[in-house]
Design a protein around this ligand. Sequence first.
Ligand SMILES: [Zn+2]
Length: 168
Amino acid sequence: MEASIGEVLVSILVQFEIGEFESERNPPRHEPIKLSELSLVKKAMEQWGIAIKFVPDGACKCHAHFDKERNEIQLFESDVKSFLHGLAHAAIERLSGTITHTYHHWQEIMAELASCALLEILMNESDEKLSNSYSVIVFNSVALKLTPMEACIEVFAEVEEIIELILA
Ligand SMILES: [Zn+2]
């Protein structure tokens, strides 16, 4: 049976909390897939009308920026997880009527956590860069004067909503 979105999120939080990452014990079996092979790219473009632009020397604090005026995901790195981070920002924008965590640091935590869970759901294997994501979440949690666990629990339900919208 496939794990639910909530179960995948919990397994990620457990790895954050104990500081041991599944990919260290159980490295991914496959070559990472290319962005062009990901069906969500086509879906984002066709269903949400989103443009995807690669900006290799763009200056940004995170992996991917969503420009809502242009309806465009701007990628600073061309890997799948960066795209998923940008897509989560786009989903947050589409859910702006219901998402209550509007502050920048909250949105970075939500986008990063959503990208981790989406990667595991789509690839069905452990995320090699989960420890990098943990660092991103620690950085933003500290700015909110919270522990990473407190911050992740706080946005848990909204991250589930973001992922549901992306996979719908
Ligand atoms: Zn971001």
